[in-house]
Design a protein around this ligand. Structure first.
Ligand code: NAP
Length: 259
């Protein structure tokens, strides 16, 4: 079976390692967002396909027998494209779903539907920690009424932002006076707690990515009684050819059955 894994996550790398060990012909696709990506086992290609039609053509011309969408839960466009392209190409799609985090009794979450709403909510706090990656930082440089317009730097910003991301953000996306920390993790609860305390943080903003890798910040925030502005996800892709599975082991089982 010639398998295409849409990757960029730890789960994608784990699945490619398994599939290669089973003798499958595995091609992982990465978007090319980071300069030094962790490479999966098997073949790798980097860069976009050119939308739904480009991906459908790729699947057909490469003789792909099945696609696994193991992208990040907030990589919503490629997931939607994968759902449409596999329908066009007539191949099965396995969507490897990472369950969202759920709030516990100690958690103080403010759930919001978008980054623009998170930016609005963040302005209620003097000192805010942004752990949202770098691509959507622009939402925080705009004033509330400007979300539908062109981004402009805010000159009467009262909220001070601490930003943590893996690679340096585009300077025009960084709110005035913000402090940027570059770090890939992993992060411990004790370390996250120390960071929140050292910077006098009152709220943190995160996407509801789920998974154990980046959840230490949530435990630290709960321990300190800090509010978490949680950006929630879009609905899962649907279609008769789509199987949604949780966990690499379940995806592997399904792939074994498809062979
Ligand atoms: P996105 O907004 O869903 O996708 C935008 C475009 O990037 C897609 O239309 C596609 O271009 C291209 N693309 C995305 N993922 C690709 C892949 N695996 N292989 C080839 N092309 C891809 O994606 P994103 O949120 O920017 O995420 C990009 C990548 O980073 C994903 O692979 C994801 O797993 C990883 N990632 C994302 C996040 C996050 O928070 N969003 C966090 C960690 C890792 P074309 O239309 O030209 O095909």
């Amino acid at each position: 079976m010639h398998l295409l894994i849409l990757g960029g996550t730890r789960e994608a790398r784990e699945l490619s390692t398994w599939a290669v060990s089973q003798g499958m012909d595995v091609l992982t696709s990465l978007a090319g967002r980071v300069s030094n990506p962790a490479l999966p086992a098997g073949e790798v290609r980097i860069g976009g396909f050119g939308g739904v039609d480009g991906l459908a053509e790729f699947i057909e011309s490469e003789g792909i027998g099945a696609v696994v969408d193991a992208t990040h839960p907030f990589a919503e466009r490629i997931s939607a494209n994968a759902a449409s392209a596999t329908a066009i190409a007539g191949v099965p799609l396995i969507h490897l779903h990472r369950p969202a985090w759920q709030p516990g009794p100690q958690d103080r979450w403010i759930s919001v539907p978008s980054m623009a709403a998170a930016a609005d909510a963040s302005r209620n706090y003097p000192r805010v920690f942004l752990t949202i990656g770098r691509q959507q930082l622009g939402a925080f440089t705009r004033q509330p009424a400007e979300h539908s317009g062109e981004p402009t730097a805010s000159h009467d910003q009262h909220t001070h932002y601490l930003i943590r991301c893996v690679e340096a953000p585009n300077p025009q996306d960084v709110p005035l006076g913000a402090e940027v920390i570059l770090s890939r993790g992993p992060f411990s609860v004790a370390g996250e707690r120390a960071l929140l305390e050292a910077h006098g943080i009152q709220a943190l903003v995160t996407k509801n990515s789920g998974g154990a890798l980046t959840e230490a910040k949530l435990h630290a925030a709960a321990e300190l009684g800090i509010d978490v502005i949680m950006v929630e996800r879009a609905p899962l892709p649907e279609g008769p050819h789509i199987s949604v599975v949780e966990g690499v082991a379940n995806a592997a089982q399904l792939l074994s059955a498809l062979r």
